[in-house]
Ligand binder design. Sequence first.
Ligand SMILES: [Fe+2]
Length: 488
Amino acid sequence: MSQTLIPIPSGDSADVTQADVMEADVMEADVMEADVMQADGTQAAVEAAHLLQQGVARANEAIAMLQRGAQQLRERLGQLQATNALLETQNRQLQSESARLIHENARVSEENTRLQAQNAQLMENQARFEAQLAALGAELERERAHNRELTRLVENLHFDLLAENVPMLALKMAMQLTGAEVGLFTEADGDDILARVGFEELENFLEEAVYDYSRRTAQSEEPTVENDAKQLPDGAGLVNLAALPFAIKGQMSGVLLLANKRNGSFTDAECQILLSIGQHAGLAMENAKLHRQLLEAYTSTVAVLADAIEAKDAYTRGHCEDVSRVSVEVARRLGVVDGALEAVRYAALLHDVGKIGIPDGILLKPGKLMPEEFSIIQKHASIGRDLINRVPSLAHIGEAILHHHERFDGSGYPDGLDGENIPLASRIIGAVDAFDAMTSPRPYREPVASSEAFEEMRRCAGTQFDPRIVAMVTEVLVEAEVEKERIP
Ligand SMILES: [Fe+2]
């Protein structure tokens, strides 16, 4: 450090001491140092001021930044507050929704529990119903089997119309259905036995006791059932008994008496079924009677008509029976059975019934017919059909009569039918009729020999006649001739 000289004060120099000098030196040095320091301090102060200014500027900038930041923060805060308010609103809504859902959930859960309980109940019910259904199904199947058996038996009853054993059929049916070991079918007064099974060995007094049930049932017209063996006559070995009335058209006709049912007692249901069988048996018996009457009326109608044809034309006498007999045999050999075979029989007997409507002058004219006369003769086929159609029991043979003059090649009358379009019965009758006509005498010619007639038929097979039927007619007639020769 440079030493600043401090001037010596003027005045009394004698008073100045060395110490003073030294002090002065020091002081000068201090001054000098102070000057230096002052200079340094100024510089520093300037610099500091400058720095301070910079600091202030930066601080101001910082403050501005802070203020902007604060503004942004306030704005952000505002946004956040708004968001927060929104969130709070949403939160409240969610809480409310959550509470509602919790409540709903509890309700659903409760409903679910209730439904589960209901479901369990339903399943239990279903299982019970299924078990009941299975039981009902089994019962139904038993009923069906029983009904099938009943139907089969009732059908047999009606099928056996002409067997005249309807009471026995009804009795056996009733025994089979109930499991009764013995039975009787008596007339309404209880005295006349129509059918009996297993009651043969009763002593007279027991038999009378049993018949008494029939009479009582007939009088009351109500079923009599006794399932207590003690109430039944002693000694007959009876354990139970059921007597059922049956009526035809409201009139008591008989009593069905069953006894010793295996496996238990006679039930009301069985009585109802047996009453129904009684009705069927009654109807079957009535039908059998009516059928017999109808058959008798039918046969007598046919006989009257056949007589009428023969009365009209003496030359045809016996002709219809011959044609009928041979036609039935031919039809039988061709496989015709039952009602169809009967139709052939009656159609053959009555095939010329229409001749009743042809004037005698033409029908009985000896010699050849004029064409117009022949066309009148031809009408006998349709007249016959119309006549027969008026008899309901014969109407089914009308077509066979109408077509008995058709020819296999279609050149016949009245409709020109050909081949198998001609009813089989008509084809048979036509062939047999032609053979019979050829071999029968006529006022204007001698009968043709059988061998010639066979030859003529063979010649006309395929044109006038069905070849199959010609072969069969020949077979039947040749056999008949051989038989005739064997037994003259
Ligand atoms: Fe004829």
